[in-house]
Write a protein that binds this ligand. Structure first.
Ligand code: UD2
Length: 315
């Protein structure tokens, strides 16, 4: 890969996308962003806006996407409407953004002779099979429209590799957290909600008994894996878990955050969410083997950085 290849980050104004954009810019690459600003925000790229090309547009529109992808070597496809409960409330929106959108990006990438596309897949694809670490070879069992959509995207990636020779890599993100994750929607990631509640002295809400567990992964680890996935030959056509391989319950992560922030607030327990998975833990041996991935930021360290960021940027 030449030093001045052109990269496209779909959803580059979003939480994870903007971190990928930042890492590419830091490395001196040419970066274009395609984002419809539905969940993405201008502020996420404000510090980089003079160093990138920004296109406001929707990935479901072929013409827009085809234009945005022109001359691009590598695509990081992060654009999506995330959230399990949002997909339960708005299944059509989920289908259009996450299935039609991904299909359109793949089609445009094929037509523009892109070399490689790295796709943001989701651990939700696994569903409830067992309580142990999830292995990529396990049969998927999606429990929500969001999980179905993200899984369909993976299948399309693999088929575009087999049928059209477009190099694709699907990274199954487990629960990613970090600076710039938007806490303001009812569908926001739990760590952003917990931190902002605690910082404003409000009781965080826990859906269910709080004994469900997740493999929370700091965003820098995910960025690192994406950069590797863009070049590693062994990753082509593969589905690869991205997590920390560490299980923590919601009650525990809340306790950890209260310790960092210095609060002692009692959470409000509400009914569990429809489509919610009880336990989620990543086996990351494939990522280690195929990408040379070693998560460099641990959970507590990542929580500290994140709290720091919300302290400085709240409001
Ligand atoms: C799913 C996927 C994740 C990613 C994400 C994108 C799984 C296991 N993970 O995350 O890989 O694709 O979707 O959106 O499917 N909760 C509370 N209080 C709150 C908010 C959430 O208790 O204020 C609970 C929620 O019920 C769940 C846990 O926290 O048990 C995590 O919820 P989340 O929305 O942060 O992420 P999750 O696991 O749905």
């Amino acid at each position: 890969m030449g030093a001045r290849d052109l990269y496209l980050v779909t959803g580059g104004a979003g939480f994870i996308g903007s971190h990928i954009v930042e890492a590419l810019v830091r490395r001196g690459e040419r970066v274009r962003v395609l984002d419809n600003l539905i969940t993405g925000r201008h502020e996420n790229l404000a510090h980089l806006i003079h160093e990138i090309e920004f296109i406001e547009g929707d990935i479901s529109d072929y013409e827009t996407t085809r234009k945005a992808i022109d001359g691009v070597k590598i695509v990081f496809h992060e654009a999506a409407i995330p959230s399990v409960p949002r997909s339960v409330d708005e299944p059509k929106l989920n289908h259009e953004a996450n299935i039609n959108g991904t299909f359109t990006v793949l089609l445009a990438a094929r037509d523009a002779a892109v070399r490689r596309l790295v796709y943001a897949a989701s651990s939700s694809a696994y569903g409830e099979r067992g309580t142990g670490a999830k292995l990529e070879d396990q049969l998927p069992s999606p429990l929500s429209p969001y999980a179905v959509a993200k899984l369909v995207g993976e299948y399309y990636c693999q088929v575009f590799t087999r049928v059209y020779g477009l190099e694709t890599v699907a990274l199954r993100y487990f629960n990613v957290f970090g600076p710039r994750q938007d806490p303001s929607s009812p569908y926001s990631g739990v760590i952003s909600k917990f931190i902002t509640a605690l910082l404003s002295g409000q009781s965080p809400v826990i859906f269910g008994d709080g004994e469900q567990s997740r493999d929370f992964t700091y965003v820098a680890n995910v960025v690192d894996a994406n950069l590797r996935a863009a070049v590693e030959p062994g990753a082509i056509g593969q589905v690869i878990n991205l997590g920390l391989n560490q299980r923590i319950t919601l009650n525990q992560v809340l306790a950890e955050l209260q310790k960092i922030i210095g609060t002692d607030l009692t959470p409000r327990y509400e009914s569990p969410r429809v489509g919610d998975i009880r336990h989620s833990l990543a086996d990351i041996t494939r990522a280690e083997r195929l990408l040379g991935y070693r998560p460099s930021v641990g959970l507590t360290e990542g929580l500290r950085y994140t709290v720091e960021w919300y302290r400085e940027n709240r409001g």
